[in-house]
Design a binder for this molecule. Structure first.
Ligand SMILES: [Zn+2]
Length: 500
């Protein structure tokens, strides 16, 4: 399908009220409308009073009030309270005192495994979006490796409709690149886009064939959509479950070499150069991988990347001798030098966004032997606290060194709030081609309010997720979302999830 035909198809979908539209005159920009949330516009206006407003995209860093009406930001300025009160008793806004807190454009997590359909015992759209709201996110992108895999328009529509019925935050479906994510035949990319898919990925697997990857990119380019690569050369990984090196030697477990990720990343960067497709590399874990992205960006190739909090703040040393399966992830925890290289890439702008790779699993599965247990850690509810604790820090924040096996002395204070907002709000939307959300008058009121001092004990009872397989269990973090507004409606208030 040519570019014109693709755009026409998407325009038709828009005309029929579906979730994708195209911005005329902005090639390659998918404008995703503000749908996919269970409830509509709130009844009452809301006044966020006295927060520090941080939005680097519009040059904002100031203490002020935000008045929200009709799902949008009606006004920003000092002392809006008195003006708002003038609405009278009936129309008086709900006032949220935000002194000492940060208000930011709503955070987005572009790498989430919701497990519905197929493994609702691990997570559902309802529980996953509750976890997202609890973690401070106003939107999440759902990876397609459910059962069945989201590889057709009707499956993307299923997710969109589930999200509309039960989602507390916005859900952006990611469609599979290939049928069943098997890497053999192209999936129904155009149909999925028409049903609201925002990008394509076979995440969970690397697409092993370079030829198939090229075909995927050729098609995605026609649609102006991003391809998200899970970089894993299966021939090199074999039965690997931990980083190849000291961890595999010490624990006697099969090793997973850094090269298995880097070779795949290098290949896909070259294919992005060949096809002109927008490429995003998921959960990069090695110094070599972020080095490849840094070099590719310098050459003007259209490539972006994400890193996860667990790869930023844990390394293979955390494995100790405990064979804790909550520390088994794909890709595996790497060396301390890799971890430090990821932090450096975050700070120098090589990394475009933070993504949690939220991967919920049932307790009986994680209770298996290390080699048999599934890969993955939950992440939606710890991503923001981990970033605040380990890279921003605060006056009362002395817990940075408390993470198992990964002391990060002196790391707090390396990141400022503006960069955090860039990495967790603007960067994710840009990668997916979503409409930007800003703290400015008239903007859609997708807002996250963060208390940098709030203590977060990472214990099973803390989680709204249906699963508690967190790599950070037993730690105490500082910094948590207290309010999340999605289109002006509370999904989180006073730190508690609002809604069904
Ligand atoms: Zn993956």
């Amino acid at each position: 399908m040519g570019e014109e035909a693709a755009r026409e198809k998407m325009a038709r979908a828009q005309g029929s009220g579906k979730a994708v539209s195209v911005a005329p005159g902005i090639p390659g920009t998918l404008m995703t409308p503000m749908t996919s949330v269970a409830s509509g516009i709130p009844v009452a206006p809301v006044l966020l009073r006295g927060a520090r407003l941080v939005d680097p995209a519009v040059g904002r860093d100031e203490v002020a009030d935000i008045l929200i009406e009709g799902g949008r930001i009606a006004n920003i300025g000092p002392d809006l309270g008195s003006a708002a009160d003038a609405h009278g008793q009936d129309g008086a806004p709900i006032v949220v005192e935000c002194a000492g807190k940060i208000a930011a454009p709503g955070l987005v997590d572009i790498h989430v495994h919701l497990r519905e359909p197929g493994r609702e015992d691990k997570e559902t759209v309802a529980t996953g979006t509750r976890a997202a709201a609890h973690g401070g996110f106003t939107g999440i992108a759902a990876m397609p490796n459910t059962s069945p895999v989201c590889d057709t328009g009707s499956k993307a529509r299923f997710l969109r409709e589930r999200a509309a019925a039960e989602g507390l935050v916005r859900v952006y479906p990611i469609g599979a690149c290939t049928v069943g994510s098997k890497g053999e035949a192209l999936a129904e990319m155009g149909d999925m886009l028409a049903e609201g898919a925002v990008a394509f990925s076979d995440d969970g697997h690397g697409v092993q064939s370079a030829g198939m990857t090229r075909l995927v990119m050729d098609y995605a380019k026609q649609f102006g959509a991003t391809v998200i690569s899970h970089c894993e050369d299966e021939g090199l990984v074999g039965r690997g479950v931990v980083n190849e090196g000291s961890a595999s030697t010490r624990l006697g477990l099969p090793g997973w070499p850094a090269a298995a990720e880097e070779i795949h990343a290098a290949r896909d960067i070259r294919l992005a150069e060949l096809t002109g497709c927008r490429l995003h590399l998921a959960h990069l874990s090695t110094a070599g991988s972020v080095g490849l992205v840094r070099a590719a960006k310098k050459r003007g190739i259209s490539v972006t990347c994400e890193v996860t909090p667990h790869h930023l703040f844990l390394d293979e040393g955390a494995l100790g001798d405990a064979y804790d399966t909550n520390l088994k992830m794909n890709p595996p925890l790497r060396t301390a030098a890799d971890r430090e290289a990821l932090v450096a890439a975050l700070l120098d702008g090589t990394v475009d966004c933070i993504a949690s790779d939220h991967a919920p699993h049932a307790p009986h599965e994680k209770a298996l032997e290390f080699e048999l247990a599934p890969f993955g850690t939950t992440g939606l509810e710890t991503a923001l606290p981990l970033m605040v604790t380990n890279l921003i820090g605060s006056s009362s924040c002395g817990t940075a060194g408390s993470l198992g096996g990964s002391n990060l002395p002196g790391s707090a204070g390396r990141l400022d709030w503006g960069t955090l907002v860039q990495l967790m709000a603007h960067g994710p939307r840009k990668v997916l081609g979503l409409s930007p959300v800003h703290l400015e008058k008239g903007a859609v009121a997708d807002i996250t309010v963060i208390d940098p001092e709030a203590e977060v004990p990472v214990v099973p009872e803390f989680f709204e997720s249906r699963s508690a397989n967190s790599a950070f269990l037993g730690t105490t973090l500082s910094g948590k979302a207290t309010e999340v507004l999605v289109g002006g409606r509370f999904a989180l208030r006073n730190g508690k999830v609002v809604g069904t």
